[in-house]
Design a protein around this ligand. Sequence first.
Ligand SMILES: Nc1ncnc2c1ncn2[C@@H]1O[C@H](COP(=O)(O)OP(=O)(O)O)[C@@H](O)[C@H]1O
Ligand SMILES: [Mg+2]
Length: 395
Amino acid sequence: MTEFYKLLNRDKKYIIGLMSGTSVDGIDAAIVEVSGHGLETAVSLIAFDTFPFPPGVSQRILALCHPDTGRVDDICEMNFYIGHLFAAAAKHILQKSGMPSNDIALIGSHGQTIHHLPREPNTTRYPSTLQIGEPAVIAHETGIPTIADFRVADMAAGGQGAPLVSYPDYLLFHNSVKTVGLLNIGGIANLTVLPADCSPDAVLASDTGPGNMCIDAVIREITEGRERYDKSGMRAAHGTPYQPLVNEWLKHPFFQLQPPKTTGREMFGNTFAMGCLTACRKHGLSDNDCIATLTELTVRTITDYIAQFVGERNPIDVLYVSGGGVHNRTIMQRLSELLTDTAVEPVDKSGISSDAKEAIAFAILANEALHGQAANLPSATGASVRKILGKFVCP
Ligand SMILES: Nc1ncnc2c1ncn2[C@@H]1O[C@H](COP(=O)(O)OP(=O)(O)O)[C@@H](O)[C@H]1O
Ligand SMILES: [Mg+2]
C-alpha cells in the first residue's frame, strides 16, 4: 500500500485510461494529466490512440459474448490474453508519447464487457456483469499500478453498473447556467444530462439504446465483412429511412422502460440486427435504405428518450456528442434537425477529444478510486448507495 500513499501525494499525475466498448473495434488508450480530485479535477490529454485488436480477436470476443458460443475455457484464457493486449495498448501509447513508464502513476482499465445482465423486471436472474482483461496481467506487464473492474461495486449495491461516465461527465461539464447533455454514441448510446447548477444527485443518465451496433452488424452482413461501419454515414445519406419500420422497432420494451436503464449486445446484438435486416428486405428496401432506416432508429431512440424522459423540465441547451458516432454525419445532422432547441456539437468543441473521452473518463475514475472518492451516481445507475469503484492491483 505504500506505493499508493506515495501516489496520493503527487500534485499532478499522469494516468493511462484504457477502454474497449461494445463495438469491439479496438482498445482506446489515453495518457491524461490529472490534477486534483472530486470537483477540483482538471484534465489535459497528453496522447491518445486506438490500438486495433489483432486479426480474429474481435470475432473471438464476440463469440464469448453469446451464451451459445461463449465457452468457459475460452473466457478463462481470453481474460488473461485481453489483459495482455490492454498492457500492449498502454505500452503503445507510452511509446507514442515518448514518456517513460515510471512517469505514469496509475492505469485505469475498463476492460472488455463480454456480458451484462442488469436488474430487469420479470427475471429471476441475479444481476451481474463481466468485464475481462485481467488487471494483474496489465500491472505486471507494464509495471504500473492498475485499477480495474469499476462496474461491479455499483452493481453489488443494487445499481446497473452503468453508465459510469456520468460522474466524470459531472466533474468536467457541470455548468452553473446551462443544461448540458453528454451523448456518447458507441456500440450502445448513453446520455448524461446535467441540469444547470445541479448537484450530483440531480444528474440524469441512462443508456438510450443502440448506437452504432445495429448499423455495424447490418453493414458487415450486406458487404460480407468487407466494410465494418458506415463511413461518415455516407450509405445512410444515400438511402431513405422507411419510417413505418422505425416506428415499429421503437415499440421494443427497452424503449418503454423508465430510466435509468442499461442495455448491450444481449438485447441489440446480431439477433436483433438481423431481424431488422430481414424486415427491411421484406419491404423491398435497398441496402442503403436499410442502413438509413437503422441510422434513423439510432437517432430516434435518442431524440424520443430526450422528449419522453428529459422533457420540458430540463431542456438541453447544448448536447456534446462523443464516441465513434460523432463521425457519422447522417446521425449528427438528424440529431440537429430533430433537437431544434439544442445546439448539437462534437464534444471536441468543449476542448475534450470525442474519440478519447471515454478513456479519459476511466483515468478520472482511477484517480477518484485512489483518493477514496465514491464515483457512482445512484441517480444514474439506480444503486442504493454511493461506492468507491475499482479494484487495485500492484505491479
Ligand atoms: N469515420 C466513421 N464514420 C462513421 N462511423 C464511425 C467512424 N469511425 C467510427 N465509427 C463508428 O464508431 C464505432 C466505434 O465507436 P466507439 O466509440 O469506439 O464505440 P465503443 O465504445 O462501443 O467501442 C465503430 O464501430 C463505427 O460504427
Ligand atoms: Mg471502441
